[in-house]
Design a binder for this molecule. Structure first.
Ligand SMILES: Cc1cc2nc3c(=O)[nH]c(=O)nc-3n(C[C@H](O)[C@H](O)[C@H](O)COP(=O)(O)OP(=O)(O)OC[C@H]3O[C@@H](n4cnc5c(N)ncnc54)[C@H](O)[C@@H]3O)c2cc1C
Length: 416
């Protein structure tokens, strides 16, 4: 069924009896050509592009809970392509361009809103760094603007410009950045993949991998053994646990990242704003809630909830940036598990096991990558060669010293 305004009117007039399920609930088959582990945004997008772009048959997505129950349904929905390094920027821009046509492509309202992102700077040195990043973006054909103090004031007059410790000196803006409704992205890809014949199997946890003679034959799951020609793993925060089933130890740590949403307020925040002197960022949802977050929790964990010191740290950042946030009441706090890679950049690569491919290390920036990640992982699975924009995202780059160290802090997963 195609969704449209006309369809909504027709259903409204006929008692809404015509809507069908958006995707099937199939029984797993004995074997598939391609099995994707993880029904988050990345796994579903991969299955969608595999079926659509590469015309691959017999594809399944296995999800241990319900689709979108991981980070895809827990993030703060920011999409952007404002990266410095060549290993990252073309990939994130590819993703941004896919976002721009996604709703038409999927025939699904993902509430993509290009309301812009403003990265604030608080010192002359930081402004130089932003100028450099903006220039690098423009060399890659991506929009970037450096604003002075007055330019920032015109956009966000409520900020604390004369904070004694962190005065605002200007900001870097990407106007094509913005937000997208995270659940809708998952549902849109699921519906799109299902229409192309992909089996989306929920409540099906992968518990083991059957590997013989260096080749993967299939997966042990809570719903029995499922044979597979090729397996693509896209399980975000659970990457280390799942890849350990293949005997692999990843260059990665799992940490919790928390997010916060306030009560609904009148329109206030024009786009996404990030604090440059600490870890705090904020946007406003379409319902009016201020959606904000900050740093990861400092210890390794697989719990999807965080601790109070980080709550305090995030609130301090918010108060330094826009003191009136202290008057807003908090509605909810939640957490998700981040797959923090050593250099803060992702991995989309083959592994030493024939037929086993890995997608992960998205840290806390993987939502914006969802379409690009799906497209590039599908390309790798289908062709056995990396898609051009993801060619640097190799698993062995840590051993070879070819880091994509966007922040320039080295092998420090907790600092990315
Ligand atoms: C609080 C928070 C805020 C964030 N904010 C942003 C943001 O603003 N912008 C941005 O770009 N990124 C953001 N992120 C990061 C982003 O959400 C993730 O990088 C991205 O969602 C990861 O990819 P995914 O959607 O496929 O992951 P997930 O949705 O986590 O998908 C992985 C799936 O694998 C499943 N799985 C795990 N183990 C197994 C198994 N053994 N068998 C079967 N299935 C399994 C899980 O249940 C899960 O559904 C944020 C994350 C959090 C937690």
């Amino acid at each position: 069924m195609r969704y449209s305004g006309f369809r909504i009117i027709r259903e409204a007039l006929t008692g809404h009896r015509g809507w069908g399920p958006a995707w099937r609930d199939p029984v797993p088959q004995a074997a598939y050509d391609y099995v994707i582990v993880g029904g988050g945004g990345h796994g579903l997008a991969t299955a969608y592009y595999l079926a659509k772009t590469y015309g691959k048959a017999r594809i399944a997505v296995l999800e241990k809970g319900w689709i979108g129950s991981g980070n895809a349904g827990r993030n703060t929905t920011i999409i952007r392509s404002n990266y410095l390094l060549d290993g990252n920027e073309p990939f994130y821009e590819l993703s941004m361009q896919l976002w721009e046509g996604l709703e038409q492509e999927l025939n699904y309202n993902a509430m993509i809103s290009q309301r812009g992102i403003l990265n604030l700077c608080h010192s002359d040195g930081q402004r130089d760094a932003y100028r450099r990043r903006g220039n690098a973006m423009r060399l890659n054909g991506v929009d970037a603007e450096l604003l002075d103090r007055d330019g920032v004031r015109a956009m966000a007059p409520f900020l604390d410009f004369d904070n004694a410790r962190f005065p605002i000196k200007g900001g870097l803006v990407q106007r094509r950045a913005g937000t997208a409704r995270h659940d809708a992205v998952v549902w849109g890809y699921a519906r799109g993949a299902d229409r192309l014949g992909v089996d989306i199997i929920q409540n099906c946890e992968v518990t083991g991998m059957r590997i013989e003679g260096g080749r993967i034959l299939g997966l042990e799951t809570t719903r029995g053994f499922i044979g597979a020609g090729k397996v693509g793993v896209a399980v975000a925060g659970n990457s280390s646990r799942v890849m350990a089933m293949a005997g692999m130890r990843l260059p990665m740590e799992s940490h919790v990242l928390q997010a916060f949403v306030s009560e609904g307020l009148k329109p206030l925040i024009p786009g996404v704003i990030t604090f440059g002197a600490g870890h705090f960022y904020v946007s406003q949802s379409d319902k009016g809630g201020l959606v904000f977050g900050g740093d990861i929790d400092g210890y390794n964990s697989y719990a999807q909830r965080g601790n109070l010191p980080v709550v305090e740290d995030v609130c301090e950042g918010g108060m330094a940036l826009m003191p009136m946030i202290g008057r807003a009441r908090l509605l909810r706090i939640w957490g998700g598990i981040m797959d923090m890679s050593m250099d803060g950049s992702p991995i989309i690569d083959r592994t030493d096991v024939d037929g086993l491919y890995f997608n992960g290390g998205w840290c806390y920036g993987g939502f914006k990558a969802t379409p690009g990640s799906g497209l590039c992982f599908a390309h790798l699975l289908a062709t056995d060669s990396p898609q051009a924009t993801a060619a640097a995202m190799r698993l062995d780059r840590f051993r070879r010293g070819l880091l994509i160290d966007e922040k320039g802090v080295g092998n420090q997963p907790n600092l990315h």
